[in-house]
Design a binder for this molecule. Structure first.
Ligand code: NAP
Ligand code: ZN
Ligand code: ZN
Length: 356
C-alpha cells in the first residue's frame, strides 16, 4: 500500500481550468481512518456531469478537477472499525462520499438531499480531512467512508457495471419512484449514457419504452436495447402521431432544449421527469402543463440504500451498460466524442492504463 505518514500518494488525471485538457496529476488522499475503506480503482465511467464539471459549465468548479463518480474497484485496506467490507471485496462508489448522517433527509436515506452542508460529492466538494477538495475516480485509488461504499453483486461484468454507479441510480430512482409498470408507456428522451440504461431498466419493469432521439443513427440501436420504437425528435409529424400516449418521459438531455415540445406526448396526468442538467434555465410555457394536468418533475440520485437495491436489481435482471473501454490517455478525445453524441453508450476508463 503506497502509504506515507500524512496520507496516501495517488495518481490520476486532472484538469486545471475550464478550457484545460485532462493531464496526469499526483496528489495525496487522506490516510485510511477508522471507518474508511481504501479502494484500488479498476474502472471508472465517464458521465456527462464530469464534462460539465471539468469545463465549469455549472460555474464554480474547484480546480484541479479530478472527475469520476462511476467507480468500481477492489478493497485494498480497511480501517479498524470497518465490518462491512474486507480486503479483496469488489465494491463501487458513486456520486457521494459523505453526508451529515443526522439531518431528516439523511435519516430517511435521502443523503443526496442532505441539508446540513449537503452531501460530500465524490469530486469537487470541500474535504475536511485535507482542507482542500475531493478528487474523483480518474485515479488509481480512493479513500471512502464505509457508509458510502456499495457492494457489487457477484457475477457482474465490472467494467459494464461501473456506469451503474451514476447512470444506473439516476434512472432507476425516478422509474421506481413513479412506479413504472406493465401497461405503461415510458419515453426516454436522449439516448446517451443515462438514456440507454433507462431504456433497459424501464423495459425490465414491464413498460413499453419509446426512445425520443435527435440522432438518426441511434434509431436501430434503440430497438436493440429494448425499445418498441424510436422517434426522431426533428420529425414533427411522427411525434404528433404519438401525442397523448406516454405515462412518463425521462428527460436525460445534457444541452439546452425545448421541454414544451414534448409535453403534448403525455397523457392526462403524465409526468416529464428531468434528470439531465443543462447549464441554462429551462423555459416552461404554462399552457404546456396546465391543460392535461401534466407535471414537470426532477430527480437526482438515489440514496445509498436505494443504490444498493439498484445494483442488486440490475444483477438479477442482467442489466449493465453498453460501453467502450478506453485507456486514460484517451480521455480528452472521449470528452469531445461525448459532446458530439458519438459514444455507444458509455466510455469507461480502464485504470490499469494509468501504469503506462
Ligand atoms: P450523454 O451520454 O452525453 O447523453 C446525453 C444525450 O442527450 C445525448 O446522447 C443526446 O441524445 C442528447 N443530447 C445531447 N445534446 C443534445 C442537443 N443539443 N439537443 C438534443 N439532444 C441532445 O450524457 P449523460 O451522461 O447521459 O448525462 C445526461 C445529463 O444528465 C447530463 O446533463 C448530466 O450532467 C446529467 N446527469 C444528472 C444526474 C442527476 O443526478 N440528475 C446524474 C447524472 C447525470 P440523442 O442523440 O439521443 O438525442
Ligand atoms: Zn454522473
Ligand atoms: Zn444530512
Amino acid at each position: 500500500m503506497p502509504t506515507i505518514s500524512n496520507g496516501i500518494a495517488s495518481r490520476g488525471y486532472a484538469t486545471r481550468s475550464p478550457n484545460g485538457k485532462l493531464a496526469p496529476f499526483n496528489f495525496m488522499r487522506r490516510p485510511v481512518g477508522k471507518a474508511d475503506v481504501l479502494i484500488d480503482i479498476m474502472y471508472c465511467g465517464i458521465c456527462h456531469s464530469d464534462i460539465h464539471s471539468a469545463r465549469s459549465e455549472w460555474r464554480g468548479s474547484a480546480y484541479p478537477v479530478v472527475p469520476g463518480h462511476e467507480i468500481v474497484g477492489k478493497v485494498s485496506a480497511v480501517g479498524q472499525s470497518v465490518r462491512k467490507f474486507r480486503k479483496g471485496d469488489i465494491v463501487g462508489v458513486g456520486c457521494m462520499v459523505g453526508s451529515c448522517g443526522k439531518c431528516k433527509y439523511c435519516k430517511e436515506g435521502h443523503e443526496y438531499n442532505c441539508v446540513e452542508g449537503g452531501p460530500i460529492w465524490t469530486y469537487g466538494s470541500y474535504d475536511k480531512h485535507t482542507k482542500g477538495h475531493t478528487f474523483g475516480g480518474y485515479s488509481n485509488n480512493i479513500v471512502v467512508d464505509q457508509g458510502f461504499v456499495l457492494r457489487i453483486p457477484k457475477g457482474m461484468d465490472l467494467a459494464r457495471t461501473a456506469p451503474l454507479m451514476c447512470a444506473g441510480t439516476t434512472t432507476y430512482t425516478p422509474l421506481s419512484y413513479w412506479k413504472v409498470k406493465k401497461g405503461q408507456t415510458v419515453g426516454v428522451l436522449g439516448l446517451g449514457g443515462l438514456g440507454h440504461v433507462a431504456v433497459k431498466i424501464a423495459k425490465s419493469m414491464g413498460a413499453k419504452v419509446i426512445v425520443l432521439t435527435s440522432s438518426k443513427n441511434k434509431v436501430k440501436d434503440a430497438l436493440r436495447l429494448g425499445a418498441s420504437a424510436a422517434l426522431l425528435t426533428s420529425d414533427r409529424k411522427q411525434m404528433e402521431r404519438h401525442n397523448d400516449s406516454f405515462d412518463l418521459i425521462i428527460d436525460t438531455v445534457s444541452a439546452d432544449h425545448d421541454v414544451n415540445s414534448f409535453m403534448p406526448l403525455l397523457k392526462l396526468d403524465g409526468k416529464l421527469v428531468l434528470v439531465g442538467l443543462p447549464s441554462s434555465p429551462l423555459k416552461v410555457a404554462a399552457f404546456s402543463i396546465v391543460g392535461g394536468h401534466r407535471a414537470l418533475a426532477g430527480s437526482g440520485l438515489g440514496g445509498v440504500e436505494e443504490t444498493q437495491q439498484m445494483l442488486d436489481y440490475c444483477a438479477k435482471h442482467g442489466i449493465a451498460a453498453d460501453i467502450e473501454l478506453i485507456p486514460i490517455q484517451k480521455v480528452n478525445e472521449a470528452y469531445d466524442r461525448i459532446v458530439k453524441g458519438d459514444v455507444k453508450y458509455r466510455f469507461v476508463i480502464d485504470l490499469k492504463s494509468l501504469k503506462k
